[in-house]
Design a binder for this molecule. Structure first.
Ligand code: ZN
Length: 211
């Protein structure tokens, strides 16, 4: 059957689609009334109005600081934080073999980067345990593929940066935060990975901040 189809495609002179560079798997985390209410509360507190849907303008790249996909997914899958607030989550997790897991719609407000959650899609990469810059080539290629894919879907995305560049990224004008002193120091995903992404995304119409 496969061969017959291939022969037909070739006979018709139709170009075969390029092989997929990355596998994307839907693996949704919980979204229920409590999580929605906590997300609205987060938006009210930090941005001044209740909302749960964003227009993506940036992509923030992270690492999970652990070596297991499941532990990150399970953590993001909690409907509330241990203190009963909005739980952290990113839109995507990229496993060490480059498999991309999609956890929420791209337009969901997910808390993953203070100051940018109102407009930023988060990509987590499994790794970085103990602060080691150990993300894989497969993850680098998958992240670049995913960001290209997202930029096609949302041309409003102009900026890509690593979480550790959160202060540098204020120069983009995208930083918004109403709570004074709400900030934490970040090192993920390290300059080596961001340098690789900057090279792979040259000429793609998005600005990757200088690592
Ligand atoms: Zn991070």
């Amino acid at each position: 059957m496969q061969h017959k189809l291939l022969a037909l495609v070739l006979a018709l002179g139709v170009a075969l689609p390029a092989p997929a560079l990355a596998a994307m798997v839907d693996k949704p985390i919980v979204w229920n009334a409590r999580r929605k209410a906590l997300t609205e509360q987060y938006a009210r507190t930090h941005y001044g109005r209740a909302f749960t849907t964003i227009t993506p303008r940036a992509v923030v790249v992270h690492w999970t600081a652990d070596d297991k996909m499941a532990s990150a997914w399970n953590w993001f899958n909690r409907e509330a934080s241990p203190r009963g607030m909005a739980q952290v989550a990113s839109h995507f997790i990229v496993d060490r073999d480059g498999t991309i897991y999609r956890l929420t719609p791209e337009t969901r407000l997910n808390p993953h980067a203070i100051g940018y959650n109102w407009c930023a899609i988060g990509i987590e990469n499994v790794g970085g345990k103990g602060g080691r810059e150990d993300l894989t080539q497969a993850q680098l290629k998958a992240d670049a593929w995913l960001i290209r894919h997202l930029h096609k879907q949302f041309p409003t995305i102009r900026i890509v940066f690593g979480h550790y560049q959160q202060d540098q990224a204020r120069s983009t004008g995208l930083y918004k935060e109403l709570v004074p002193g709400y900030h934490s120091v970040k090192h993920d995903p390290g300059p080596k990975f961001m340098q690789g992404l900057k090279e792979l995304l040259q000429g793609e119409g998005v600005t990757v901040l200088e690592p």
